[in-house]
Design a protein around this ligand. Structure first.
Ligand SMILES: Nc1ncnc2c1ncn2[C@@H]1O[C@H](COP(=O)(O)OP(=O)(O)OP(=O)(O)O)[C@@H](O)[C@H]1O
Length: 303
């Protein structure tokens, strides 16, 4: 049997700008229905990678296939099957939200009624008559996502869709993105937020300096680290000697604010603290993708 081709296949792509190796040998596949994330700090090469897949840029070398064909040179057959989220700045001037999305719909030969439905899907019906420059950041992002989805594409690209949003607006947008994926669409998203990648993505490619350092489901990447869990309670909850006796393999520190255990076996430590009635101010922090990045690069993650 032939292997099943991915919706997207990226094979050893390179792109240089002068001396900058923006993309330096990137390879991955995205399967149909996947929520795939490209995660990395500013300048990692995420946008360049995405634009090459979208057919907006030509790689210097390497190949890309989307639905089995090359997106470069500009492939009109792919346009109707892909949705690309535009930055809010690319809206037509002085149109209302409804006029914007109907304009996008008409470009694809999509009926106005479908455009109005999409406004409703992204929760903007009550803003339909507002001019886009009057919308909040989150509302503009939702409108740009609605415009990307108006022709019902199978594959959706989102470039940092929640950048610069407040936490509540980000959460709302996450719910919307999950719905889009649950409806069967393949979603490729770039983000520099570790928590966003963890919350949304089935698999994530961690990029830095033009290269993919690690690729897999977020939970697998974190588990693969075998990084310790950090258990903190109030400073002085136990005398240091008693704390150290709980689990000789754990590292224990008391910094005057918290007494913290770093342990790969958190269960017995929690049980022992409960036995000693020493759970005041408890917080438990497992390793995150940030620890994975630190482990891979030796650098703290700075989005
Ligand atoms: N058109 C361009 N001309 C010259 N250099 C560029 C161009 N586009 C990107 N670069 C450089 O290539 C590198 C990768 O940029 P890219 O925008 O792909 O990264 P990114 O991970 O998307 O970053 P950000 O999160 O800041 O958008 C950066 O060093 C950037 O300065």
């Amino acid at each position: 049997m032939l292997p099943v081709a991915g919706t997207i296949e990226v094979n050893d792509i390179h792109k240089r700008y002068g001396d900058t190796r923006a993309v330096d040998g990137v390879t991955f596949e995205v399967q149909a229905g996947e929520f795939f994330g490209i995660l990395g700090p500013n300048g990692a090469g995420k946008t360049t990678t995405l634009e090459i897949i979208e057919g907006l840029r030509e790689p210097d070398s390497g190949t890309v296939s989307v639905f089995g064909t090359s997106p470069w040179p500009r492939n009109k057959g792919l346009l109707t099957r892909m949705g690309v989220q535009l930055q809010a700045s690319s809206f037509f001037e002085r149109l209302t939200a409804r006029e914007q999305i109907r304009m996008f719909a008409s470009l694809y030969g999509v009926a106005a009624g479908r455009a109005d439905e999409m406004l409703d899907t992204v929760g903007l019906t009550d803003k339909a008559d507002s001019r886009t420059e009057k919308l909040s950041g989150g509302q503009m992002q939702r409108l740009s996502i609605a415009c990307a989805l108006v022709h019902d594409p199978e594959l959706v690209f989102l470039d940092e869709p929640t950048a610069a949003l407040d936490p509540q607006a980000r959460r709302n947008l996450w719910d919307l993105l999950r719905k889009i994926n649950d409806a069967g669409r393949t979603v490729v998203l770039t983000t520099h937020y570790m928590d966003e990648a963890e919350a949304l993505c089935d698999r994530v490619a961690i990029m830095d300096r033009g290269q993919v350092l690690e690729l897999g489901p977020p939970a697998t990447l974190v588990r693969g680290l075998e990084a310790p869990t950090r258990i903190s309670v109030e400073s002085g909850a136990l005398p240091m000697a008693d704390a150290q006796a709980i689990q000789p393999s754990a590292t224990v520190e008391d910094d005057g604010v918290s007494l913290t255990f770093a342990t790969t076996e958190p269960g017995p430590v929690l049980a022992a603290l409960a036995d000693r009635d020493a759970l005041h101010g408890l917080s438990v922090k497992a390793a995150t993708l940030e620890d994975v990045f630190l482990n891979l690069t030796g650098r703290e993650y700075r989005a």
